[in-house]
Design a protein around this ligand. Sequence first.
Ligand code: DGJ
Length: 319
Amino acid sequence: MVGVDVYSSTDLVNWKNEGVALEVSDDPASDITRGCVLERPKVIYNAKTGKFVMWFHLELKGNGYNAARAGVAVSDSPVGPFTFLRSGRVNPGVLPLDLQTEEAQAKYTEVNYDTYNKDKDPQAEEWWTEQFLADVEAGMFAKRDLEGGQMSRDMTLYVDEDGTAYHIYSAEENLTLNIAELSEDYLSHTGKYVRVAPAGHNEAPAIFKKDGTYWMITSGCTGWAPNAARMFSAPSVMGPWTQYENPCRGEKSEITYGGQSTYILPYNGNYIFMADIWRPKFPSDGRYLWLPIQFDENGIPYLEYMSAWDLNTFKAVEE
Ligand code: DGJ
């Protein structure tokens, strides 16, 4: 494990290896010491500070997936070197906006994680009674994690047209997505955040905006095995988000053609859906699946498997 590698391209087809953007540390005391789990890094450019800011999912060495932290690093160049700043849970001591209403507070004050058997894995389906899901929805895990900050695993970043950046991550034992606003320099959280699809069990968020509507594609939670994608839309990043059908069509749509969403790249008014094809037995031989996002007659995004395509496909798809 070396850290986060970076490649560059001018045509999305030919790629140059630019080396290691963020190096893991040889200091055992560092949060990102070699042997940690560092997943799903994303980099955004801050036009005000002129800096490139990287956020990633971090699990501390030797601690499985228990830390559930977000890490942040900064650089003057997209190819690095990035300087690691810190890692931690998100927005300690702050309640999400959607749990601050009077109606939400009534349910929130009732729920208590201590009434559940903590020896059981909250991600195990056997645990998911109707009551449990209702309690998650009411904010049971948000409350449990309030003091130390919300868990942050699978994640992405999004910069809106007004320059405001958002951190979108799987919180609450991967049961609920959070969307948290970043500070002006993108290096910390402002405390303003919402929960999306509480108890919906979404990972792998990827987001784009088209014609004033925000679209988010996610996956379910099945470890490294592929599952069916989910899709949501909203009139603003902070919601409210509405869930749609699986955006994938055709054969193997129930497993996202073997991939799991990771990012959606805007390209000249079009959008490229990018997914990871994990190979857990040979992680470094993981592959990628990129597909053009198509839109139906109502403007709803969908995906179809294509064994080969190039940037001209966007034109062909539109005609
Ligand atoms: C599914 C997530 O989407 C991946 O990023 C990774 O965290 C694996 N789970 C770990 O099992």
